[in-house]
Write a protein of this length. Sequence first.
Length: 95
Amino acid sequence: MKKEQLDLLLSTLPKDQWDNPPEDSALYALKCYAEVYGKGKATKMGWWDYWYMKQTLPTQGEIFDLVAIEEDYQKQREEARTGSKAAYFPVFIDF
């Protein structure tokens, strides 16, 4: 994994969650692989594990999208909380 990709992946979570990331984060998947195949652990990764890892770990572009999505979500929450944006309520009309 490239350093830039790892830095982006780490930027998706606060520093205090790096040791114990939530299970739905991409950092959790990376941590699982590091615990099994890290230094002093298993020396060879099976072809299936390698293929699955390459399919499930996000690419650098996908990580950037995750950061942008989280920033948009936080911005929308702040706008809704402060009332700076009009609320949208769907209206269902039966005719």
